[in-house]
Design a protein around this ligand. Sequence first.
Ligand code: ADP
Ligand code: MG
Length: 250
Amino acid sequence: MKVLVCGKGGSGKSTVAALLAKSMAKRGFNVLVVDSDESNYGLHRQLGMELPSTLMDHFGGKKEMMGKMRRSFAGGEEASLFDEKWTFASIPAEATTEKDGIRLLAIGKIHDFGEGCACPMGALSRKFLDNLAVGNKEMVIVDTEAGIEHFGRGIEAGCDAILAVLDPSYESLLLSKKIAEISKKINKPLYFVLNRVDEERKAAMLEFLEKERVAAAIPEKKEIFRAGLAGDEFDFAVAEVEGLADLLTG
Ligand SMILES: Nc1ncnc2c1ncn2[C@@H]1O[C@H](COP(=O)(O)OP(=O)(O)O)[C@@H](O)[C@H]1O
Ligand SMILES: [Mg+2]
């Protein structure tokens, strides 16, 4: 199963992705976390890992990769970077870091100012996800960049379910509507994960959301806040995320 985690900036995408990864690994799954947010600098810390070198680097860096894609476009064929279908086993080891049944793969990072548009990363994310075969007891969790730009690039097409992380804000509610429209169009199941909510906030948000889509409601938690702030590993379980894992595997 491939799960896409999306939402507005700061809503808790990386937090939910990391906690879900840990929960799935504990259940005996081989988990691949794909960091497709080029401006994410906390996810690897939440997983207790070092930053891997990127998939973009594996393909020779941005320029090289774009050149290759352009050449195959010019040849009248769909741009392809992959000669064959990949499985978990064929993902290059040097492009991932690994800990306790979880592998982290970063698509690309903006190393320097002025490297400009993130589109090549969107393209590479899409190609990679389309090309990856996922077996039994394997799960891919894609942590996406903020907003819905990545939807336009078709990353979601290669996924089996979409998790929209919504904090109690107008922006998140607005985004939830857009994501719902898109998920309907491409016919993918969509779940909402409410984050940083108490009962009162949850009830207020439910006035604007389709209730049956709400898969979890995570309160503000001291241990998440502390670990997030300090850049420490999430070495605790969160009951609401366990419930989400039950739902996804059940
Ligand atoms: N339920 C929560 N309780 C306390 N802190 C949270 C919670 N969810 C997220 N945070 C904190 O908020 C910050 C932003 O979360 P993050 O997952 O990085 O957002 P995003 O990936 O959507 O930009 C992090 O420091 C994280 O630790
Ligand atoms: Mg993030």
